[in-house]
Design a protein around this ligand. Structure first.
Ligand code: ISE
Length: 345
């Protein structure tokens, strides 16, 4: 392993990219934050000034070609990932790419092909829940087989709110449900065979025409079934839970059990409340998972290796979400057809 720290460039410093930039600058070992890029140069400059000693590029491709950058964390919108991923592959640069890998299966396949032609796996997809300690323990438990086969997963995914007006029904599938897609594939170790999205009466907090909440059903290749609730305008907080049901046991993760137990009424009276706090968003709920994910990526990149979800996982989730969007418009189940798996290099 080389002694020098990995010099990382972060592309896109919106909510998640800025969070990762701070993480890299402050608490990831054997890495330095070398550069950041964002089309909003003022935003990038402000962050660079706060963090100190970080170069700023307005053009992401310039950052990717910066000789002082060894690895790239892509937190730009999915619509520009293909070009940026191909530029990284061309230079042999390891990438941690926030989901979605790309916006459609054709472009995801193009990326997989380019990576294969380069002769080295370079892309880790940012499905951070795979690094969350509770998800990891659940995976180990299910894989141990002590409760027999896993028959069902029940997944719940609620956001306090989402950035409107652009967060339409399709984004709930592509941006939010995509995590449940990856968790189902990860926890059960198999592909999703079909997806059906059902539309209950929307909450009054959803914008006109937006289907929220959404309930969906995945049928897995083995016959296992996964139910999902995604509710992005829940007004309560960030709640991500999963219950796995196996033949002789079940397990739940994501319960906020460590919070302080309280009761109380507000200063103006009103209803009593009880319980601990609920995370406002993914940055706090999955803070530890993001730390472990980015550290694992840095360590693997320095060894010239890849850990965690690959471009194949990114492609598979894109195909499932595309089928999910089709089902959203009809309510009927849609089959998921994946190309034959690529042999990893
Ligand atoms: C966001 O992009 C995420 O990745 C969050 O984990 C998810 O909860 C949210 O719904 C998405 O918009």
């Amino acid at each position: 392993m080389p002694d020098d720290p990995l010099r990382v460039g972060v592309v896109g410093v919106g909510v998640m990219g800025a969070d990762h930039a701070r993480r890299l600058a402050g608490r990831i070992a054997n890495a330095t934050l070398a550069a950041i890029a964002d089309p909003d140069r003022d935003r990038a400059q402000e962050l660079a000034t706060q963090l100190g000693g970080v170069r700023v590029h307005a053009d992401p491709l310039e950052l990717i070609r910066d000789d002082g950058v060894d690895a790239v964390l892509l937190a730009s919108p999915g619509s520009v990932h293909t070009e940026q991923l191909l530029a990284c592959i061309e230079r042999g640069t390891p990438v941690l790419c926030e989901k979605p890998l790309t916006m459609d299966s054709e472009s995801s396949l193009q990326v997989i092909e380019a990576e294969r032609a380069a002769g080295r796996s370079l892309i880790q997809v940012g499905f951070m829940r795979r690094f969350d300690p509770e998800y990891m323990r659940l995976k180990q438990l299910l894989d141990s087989g002590r409760w027999g086969r896993t028959l069902l997963l029940h997944q719940t995914h609620r956001n306090l709110t989402v950035p409107n007006p652009h967060f339409r029904s399709e984004m709930i599938v592509r941006d939010s449900l995509v995590h449940e897609v990856d968790c189902a594939r990860f926890l059960l170790g198999e592909e999703i065979a079909s997806v059906q999205v059902i539309s209950p009466t929307p909450t009054r907090h959803a914008l006109k025409g937006v289907v929220d909440p959404q309930v969906s059903i995945f049928r897995m290749a083995s016959g296992a079934v996964v139910t999902n609730e995604v509710f992005v305008n829940s007004r309560t907080g960030y709640e991500v839970r999963c219950e796995a049901v196996a033949e002789t046991g079940s397990a739940i993760i994501g319960r906020p059990s460590s919070g302080i137990y309280t009761t109380g009424v507000g200063p103006d009276g009103g209803e009593g409340t009880w319980g601990g706090g609920i995370d406002p968003d993914y940055r706090t709920r999955f803070e530890r998972a993001y730390d472990i994910e980015v550290q694992a990526w840095v360590d693997a990149s320095r060894r010239g290796e890849l850990v965690g979800p690959t471009s194949w996982d990114g492609y598979a989730s894109t195909v499932v979400c595309t089928a999910g969007m089709e089902s959203l418009s009809t309510g009927a189940p849609v089959d998921v057809v994946l190309r034959a798996p690529v042999t990893r290099t």
